[in-house]
Write a protein that binds this ligand. Structure first.
Ligand code: ADP
Length: 274
């Protein structure tokens, strides 16, 4: 078994010919995906509904075992890493956090430390620093004693991110993290992720529903359709009009963001007049 050496060096993945099949449906959600994700890279994943984006994230997290192909993390097969090491190194931010029990913000963020603790140990100094740092980075310190259930959707998503950051991961996987957020909260959440990526070399793989946010957030965009990678490159290439037309149909109009200067898309036309 590979052992985590506790270094803070960011880590990278390599997928070779990865297929993933769900037993329940027999459906091949990924069909021969080959992809390298460099240490410290920020990769956005986009594609139509049902394309296989979430499945790809789950493969990276080691939650779905490929039916074909290989996935390595730092050159070692993912399945040969110790579970606990993966639980320390890889954090997952869901679309929406709905705890099934009453828990305070601080209590929830502390759960991010679980994989770092010994079985009977309480919080030590490293845990306290990580929890306080995660609350500060996400601007949620003022909520620390409140129940998560009492927070708004935007506040709750920041707390979910705080829990992921308290884990001090090397890789952050985000599954449509801004879907339930208004534009200002979406921007705020992505700013926190971008800062961690830029300042600490956090490797980020984020599935985006919103193509424009994907292009603004990441230097590299991977487009998945029907379980296959159909484009991979800088936003201007991955979201080129030919790719958009093939993947999403003739519904998009490519433009350039007037401030950021990156590729963006608009609906191709107004809805039909009734
Ligand atoms: P996306 O995230 O791009 O919307 P998913 O990876 O969630 O796509 O799903 C890809 C395909 O796999 C879809 O057809 C979906 O219905 C199927 N699928 C996803 N999760 C499961 C599951 N747990 N059991 C069976 N089929 C699944």
């Amino acid at each position: 078994m590979a052992r985590f050496n506790d270094s803070k060096a960011p880590c990278g993945f390599r997928l070779t010919g990865v297929a993933a099949t769900y037993d329940a449906s027999g459906l091949e959600a990924l069909r021969g995906v080959s992809l390298g994700i460099e240490p410290g890279e920020y990769l956005a994943v986009v594609g139509p509904n049902g394309a296989g984006k979430s499945t790809l994230l789950q493969v990276l997290a080691g939650l779905v075992e490929p039916s074909r192909g290989t996935v390595t993390l730092d050159g070692i097969a993912l399945r040969n890493h110790r579970r606990r090491d993966l639980a320390r190194r890889i954090a997952w931010l869901p679309q929406r956090l709905d705890p099934a029990f009453d828990i305070t913000v601080e209590g929830l963020v502390a759960l991010g430390r679980t994989a770092h603790r010994s079985l009977w140990g309480g919080d030590d100094d490293a845990d306290r620093r990580a929890i306080d740092g995660a609350l500060a980075a996400t601007d949620t310190t003022e909520f620390r004693d409140r129940l998560v259930q009492e927070l708004s959707g935007g506040e709750r998503q920041r707390v979910a991110l705080a829990m992921s950051l308290a884990q001090a991961p090397q890789v952050l996987l985000l599954d449509e993290p801004t879907t339930h957020l208004d534009p200002a909260h979406a921007q705020g959440l992505l700013d926190v992720v971008a800062r961690k990526h830029r300042d600490e070399g956090l490797t980020v793989v984020a599935v985006f529903h919103d193509l424009n946010l994907a292009a603004l957030a990441a230097a590299r965009v991977v487009v998945i359709d029907g379980g296959e990678v159909v484009a991979d490159g800088p936003p201007a290439d991955a979201l080129a009009p030919t790719v958009l037309a093939r993947t999403f149909g003739p519904v998009m109009h490519a433009v350039t963001h007037p401030v950021a200067g990156v590729a963006q898309v608009l609906p191709a036309r107004a809805p039909l007049a009734l």
